[in-house]
Design a protein around this ligand. Structure first.
Ligand code: NAP
Length: 285
């Protein structure tokens, strides 16, 4: 049987992990810098460049997955990092006779403005105050208005090997006050790849929703996560000599993301909470 063709636009960590699940597909990865990959055909191209995108998309793809990271943390950076490439890619797809069966756009739970520790799900209002949330919603809307089958996946905070920011804070003795409690939401990078694989496969035989929150089962106050890490690392009770600065980004995270819709669709988390996910990482460090 002919293999389906899938293109991973913004080929970085998540796309690389995803590609390991895609042996039944003919997989192409797109990024601007040159790399060699043992199993994925890498196209060196800029998704903001219309000519280059027309060229890459000219063979037609059944599935598109977009995982971009902006080069700059600013409104312009997010416009150039999400809105522009999405528009450019959709322009290129519109010129093709082969229409994709699914476009997956990877977004973020930062589109929710809720900061009061309340639960959010796919039906919750999105009224972000930050440029990052607004630009992500703008990119989501472009995909939703494209007329193709699509699915937005809003990941919460991604962790995994090579993403040890929180562990580094704990090891440096930087804590977080117990009050006011700030809820945080996480997903292991391997589950990000698992979720994307699950949705791409499921859509072959079932109707899937246009939007999923992808976050593990256990939103938890940041101080609790850090205390658990301290204990697991075997650090003393008086480890936390100072508090890490409370960034706007951290303060904005104070909500609880529900994964009920994703779980209902049949996805089983490999790492249901930070405890399962961080334990092997802490032991390896
Ligand atoms: N980090 C988090 O906690 C978090 C939370 C929620 C959601 N997310 C989402 O998760 C995704 C992150 O994926 P990731 O961890 O795999 O990121 P990553 O490792 O930084 O990969 C992103 C890749 O996109 C490529 N890229 C960026 N702009 C491009 C362009 N214009 N044309 C072609 N390639 C481009 C970059 O490669 P080149 O520089 O070589 O082009 C990079 O390798 C993003 O969609 C992000 O919004 C992240």
């Amino acid at each position: 049987m002919k293999k389906e063709k899938i293109v991973l636009l913004g080929f970085g960590d998540i796309a690389n992990r995803l590609s390991a699940h895609l042996t039944a597909y003919q997989t192409v990865g797109v990024k601007r810098s040159l790399i060699h990959h043992p199993t994925v055909q890498i196209e060196t191209a800029d998704c903001c460049n219309q000519q280059q995108m027309n060229q890459v998309m000219s063979t037609g793809f059944d599935v598109l997955v977009m995982t971009f990271t902006p080069t700059e943390m600013s409104d312009t950076g997010y416009q150039q990092g999400y809105v522009k490439p999405v528009q450019t890619i959709l322009n290129a797809v519109n010129q093709q006779t082969v229409k994709p069966r699914l476009i997956v756009f990877v977004s973020s739970t930062s589109v929710y403005a809720q900061q009061d520790g309340s639960w959010v799900d796919e039906r919750s209002p999105t009224e972000p105050e930050s440029y990052s949330g607004r630009r992500l919603l703008e990119a989501e809307k472009l995909v939703a208005d494209s007329g193709y089958n699509y699915c937005h996946v809003r990941f919460s905070g991604i962790y995994g090997r090579g993403r040890g920011y929180l562990v580094e804070q704990v090891m440096a003795g930087k804590g977080t006050p117990v009050e006011p409690a700030i809820y945080t939401n996480r997903i292991h990078a391997d589950d990000c790849a698992g979720v994307l694989t699950h949705l791409i496969e499921r859509q072959k035989t079932h109707t899937i929703d246009n939007l999923y929150i992808a976050s593990d089962h256990q939103p938890a106050p940041l101080h609790e996560v850090k205390q658990w890490m301290r204990e697991t690392l075997g650090l003393p009770e008086n480890n936390f000599q100072e508090n890490a600065p409370l960034t706007k980004r951290t303060a904005r995270s104070n909500k609880r993301c529900s994964n009920a819709l994703l779980v209902e669709s049949g996805y089983v988390f490999r790492y249901p909470s930070f405890k399962e996910g961080y334990t092997p990482l802490l032991k390896a460090d």
